[in-house]
Design a protein around this ligand. Structure first.
Ligand code: UT7
Length: 311
């Protein structure tokens, strides 16, 4: 222990301009706006761009909102499951696009839980001496989606979200965290190199609600707080019904839940920071508020954390 914790100073986001509505999809697939909206909560999604370009745009916005310049950043952590290429790390491209100094820049792949893993890795970097970390979650799932497969095409969207994480003396604002993986369930959500995404939606649905509730409960209890102390719940946005089922079991009302799946679909590593940016920009989270995060996805991986908002 070095006695250094973290605060999150700001957030930013980026999505492509191109909007794809449910009706647009129904024009080419055997599906309907009613089915997609009722079964998933998705009404439209954004499609396009590259992971690095979206990540850089979100990162620049987070920097500007923190009143920082690129040279103020000491490390770049990029959570993505759709890198621009296998080599180099997409973080290298993002580093150049933003004009960061030659600081450590690397990718983390933990599918839809990636941002949560990145947050904990950032806290670890801060603890051992890194002062400011730009953490970005960015994905372009549209690039690994078979657009003739209605079971997946209706779910995915592209986007990026970013936060500036800063080290502080003392325990800081990350009150608790837990990270999990179960490789025996890796067949439920997969994509071979050069292939398309495959998902067993029903099985993931079943596991997702259980692991979100368990890990969120663990994060609350390790933070020494009750669910009533939470001002905002920021869950991974995979399906509105998963979010609602988890909220019901946790006892979290909808007005304390960040929901952007209607506008962006499932954006994987970007979904939690996009949802965070949405509630922060809307003034639904204030300095000092306790925010509960929970992510789950391919691996299977899942993770939760409690963060006190503000620097
Ligand atoms: O990001 C993390 C990982 N991903 C997830 O967490 C996703 C978890 N799973 C889900 O969100 C849901 O399981 C889905 C949205 C993927 C599917 O919803 P569901 O309620 O589980 O539907 P289902 O797979 O049981 O399918 C119900 C029916 C089937 O027809 P029959 O067999 O009842 O005649 C499907 O063929 O709906 C049909 N169907 C569709 N119909 C219209 C499946 N996809 C579609 C579609 N449009 N796009």
């Amino acid at each position: 222990m070095t006695g250094r914790g973290i605060v999150v100073r700001s957030c930013g986001m980026a999505v492509p301009d191109k909007v794809l509505t449910n009706d647009d999809l129904a024009a080419t697939l055997d599906t309907s706006d009613a089915w997609i909206a009722e079964r998933t909560g998705i009404r439209e999604r954004r499609i396009g761009g590259t992971t690095s370009s979206l990540a850089a745009e979100a990162g620049r916005q987070a920097l500007a909102r923190a009143g920082l310049e690129p040279e103020d950043i000491d490390a770049l952590v990029l959570a993505t499951t759709t890198p621009d290429a296998l080599v180099p790390a997409t973080a290298s491209t993002v580093q150049q696009l933003i004009g960061l100094p030659n600081v450590g820049a690397f990718d983390i792949n933990s599918a839809c839980s990636g941002f949560m893993f990145g947050l904990v890795v950032s806290a670890g970097l801060a603890a051992i001496g890194t002062d400011r970390i730009l953490l970005v979650g960015a994905d372009t799932l549209s690039r690994i989606t078979d657009w003739d497969d209605r079971s997946l095409a209706v779910l995915v969207g592209d986007g990026a979200g970013a936060v500036v994480v800063e080290a502080v003396d003392g325990p800081g604002n990350l009150l608790s965290h837990n990270l999990h993986a179960d490789g025996s369930l890796r067949h439920l959500l997969s994509c071979d190199i050069g292939g398309f995404l495959y998902m067993n939606g029903k099985e993931i649905f079943r596991s997702a609600v259980r692991v979100v509730v368990e890990s969120a409960d663990q994060a609350l209890s390790e933070a020494g707080i009750g669910v009533e102390d939470i001002a905002m719940f920021v869950p991974h946005q995979a399906n509105l019904r998963i979010i609602q089922a988890a909220c019901q079991r946790l006892g979290i009302p909808e007005e304390k839940t960040a929901i952007v799946i209607d506008r962006y679909g499932n954006t994987s590593s970007a979904s939690i920071p996009l949802a965070l940016e949405d509630v922060v920009s809307a003034g639904r989270v204030s300095d000092g508020d306790l925010v509960l995060f929970s992510g789950f996805g391919g691996g299977m991986s899942w993770a939760s954390a409690v963060l006190r908002w503000g620097a």
